[in-house]
Design a protein around this ligand. Structure first.
Ligand SMILES: Cc1cc2nc3c(=O)[nH]c(=O)nc-3n(C[C@H](O)[C@H](O)[C@H](O)COP(=O)(O)O)c2cc1C
Length: 167
């Protein structure tokens, strides 16, 4: 596990998120922990902090966990793990223990008080610093994405650490 300077990060985040997908993991030592696949999000700068934006629908089990913790990591795995990424994005942690049923494992970092995916090629440890429900949206977006009222919460996360080559 190698701690890296965030400014050395030089991957194409559009490709990484939209095509390779990330796995977010929410939870700390006082809460349950769960992971799910994401392809929406972004990296940027806000309030003079390096941040990552994640969007989680209210129906997700991960959303329930995020009501009780600010520890949220995003892990990126090579496509060797495509099957596991699909599993993490199809099954809910409410129905199955996703770590027992997949080849993926979590590593707990006591200093950070949170978990990331052990098999990740690289990962970001983060703390949620702001969240808001995305409700007041243009009609075409409402019609396209929210007919069932399953709205997204946007989580703005401060990036605390960037890790590479974790295995
Ligand atoms: C490629 C891919 C990308 C996804 N991106 C998101 C996302 O950005 N936000 C979201 O709420 N759900 C997203 N999902 C759906 C969740 O990963 C899925 O509903 C998951 O089973 C939720 O797990 P949970 O109930 O254990 O939290 C995505 C699924 C896939 C397969």
């Amino acid at each position: 596990m190698l701690k890296k300077d965030l400014l050395e990060f030089n991957r194409n985040v559009f490709d990484e998120l939209n095509f390779k997908w990330g796995i977010i993991t929410a939870g700390d030592k006082t809460t349950k922990v769960n992971s799910m696949t994401v392809s929406w999000g972004g990296f940027g700068v806000l309030w003079n902090k390096y941040v990552c934006y994640i969007f989680v629908r209210k129906s997700r089990y991960t959303h329930d966990i995020l009501d009780n913790t600010d520890s949220l990591t995003i892990s990126f795995l090579t496509d060797e793990y495509k099957k596991e990424k699909i599993y993490m994005g199809r099954i809910s942690g409410r129905d199955e223990n996703k770590y027992e049923k997949s080849n993926l494992h979590i590593t707990f970092d006591p200093d950070y008080n949170g978990y990331y995916i052990k098999e990740a090629q690289y990962a970001f440890k983060m703390k949620v610093i702001y969240k808001t429900d995305l409700l007041d949206l243009p009609k075409d977006i409402m019609d396209n994405f929210y007919k069932d009222n399953d709205y997204h919460t946007m989580y703005v996360c401060e990036i605390k650490q960037y890790l590479e080559n974790l295995e």
